[in-house]
Design a protein around this ligand. Structure first.
Ligand SMILES: [Zn+2]
Length: 353
């Protein structure tokens, strides 16, 4: 941050700083010297309660009254999604400053919109990536470790989803994005445990670069061919039940990967999916990602809540339908309750490297 003043000031004079109440506080010692040195005239506003249409309406009014000429978005995925979409709607520049390793939102040209009760509604494709991204490791270290673990869950999903959604595409950039997603997976499998043991080590930096930067660039290169599939569809379904709200985005997505692999195994007879799931179960045990509904704190959800989740995840416009076979809510429910099931089917080959 201390080296970013010139780059930030190049975007305008009157920034609107958008974040959560906590991060707006954390950022002060970092941003104040820049404000003074470059004589910026900032205002700040909270994105809370969530990245919702009503938050955006309020923020657009603040942009107008402050005559803001660029946005500084600071925080996790939802704060950055709000800030990016605000800049897109107002057609002004945006700087993103992530404060946790739980998000690729600092880089991507996409925002997710939620309801007032934090249920996923839809995503919006933005005209471009943020004009400037500042990744300051000391800011990332202010976040609880659980955030980085969740970020690992969200980032590793890129491989399992992009390799399916890209289908049989032979387009150069699609292949490149999918291969980078594979590299991203391997980096996370190899380095996450060491990274989580020492946040001053090289492995920690590399894992943060992987979750925040590499995950973001894959979305950029892959574009429409590297979209989310069942893992994020399961996440989206879970956001519609209140009792799942304490689980982080990446935690729900990590669980969703296991559900997706279970679907590929149950409905397609895919044996590689069994090996992949077995590998992930071991990895999740090592780093503390949830493997089951119980691990997500949903051991007591009712059958109707499970059905509601599955029905949302199976809506006609859901990304779950990027799977090369059809999925019904009943089949999805069966997969959701058996993510740790490792019976009958012999586990053999490794997933192709
Ligand atoms: Zn995600």
């Amino acid at each position: 941050m201390s080296q970013s003043g010139t780059a930030i000031a190049a975007l305008g004079k009157r920034p609107l700083i958008v974040g959560g109440n906590h991060t707006l506080e954390i950022i002060q010692p970092y941003i104040q010297p820049i404000i003074q040195e470059y004589k910026l005239e900032p205002a700040q506003a909270s994105y809370l309660p969530d990245c919702t249409e009503s938050s955006l309406t309020k923020l657009r009014e603040t942009v107008a009254t402050h005559k803001a000429d660029f946005i500084i978005g600071i925080g996790g995925g939802k704060a950055l999604d709000t800030a990016k979409l605000l800049a897109h709607q107002c057609q002004i520049s945006i700087v993103t400053i992530p404060t946790s390793g739980a998000t690729c939102a600092a880089w991507t040209a996409l925002s997710n919109i939620y309801s007032e009760t934090s249920a996923f509604q839809y995503d919006v494709t933005l005209a471009r990536c943020p004009d400037l991204l500042i990744l300051d490791y000391s800011l990332i270290r202010t976040a609880p470790q659980r955030m980085l673990v969740a970020g690992i869950g969200d980032a590793i999903a890129k491989w399992y989803e992009a390799s399916v959604s890209s289908g049989k595409s032979t387009a150069t950039l699609t292949i490149a994005a999918v291969q980078q997603a594979r590299i991203l997976r391997d980096i996370l499998l190899q380095k996450s445990t060491a990274a989580l043991e020492n946040d001053r080590g090289d492995d920690w930096r590399e894992v943060v670069d992987a979750t925040v930067l590499l995950a973001g660039v894959i979305g950029g290169i892959g574009g429409a061919n590297c979209r989310t599939v069942a893992a994020h569809a399961v996440h989206n379904g879970l956001t519609h039940i209140q009792c799942a709200h304490h689980a982080l985005h990446g935690e729900k997505v990590a669980y969703g990967i296991l559900v997706q692999l279970r679907l590929e195994e149950m409905l397609q007879g895919n044996q590689l999916a069994v090996s992949a799931r077995k590998q992930l179960l071991e990895f999740y045990t090592d780093i503390g990602l949830p493997q089951t509904l119980e691990d997500l704190g949903l051991g007591n959800i009712s059958l109707s809540q499970l059905r509601q989740t599955a029905e949302v995840a199976c809506q006609p416009n859901s990304d779950i339908h990027r799977l090369p076979f059809s999925v019904s809510p009943e089949q999805l429910m069966a997969a959701m309750v058996s993510t740790r099931e490792l019976a009958e089917t012999p586990v053999g080959r490794e997933i192709p490297g």
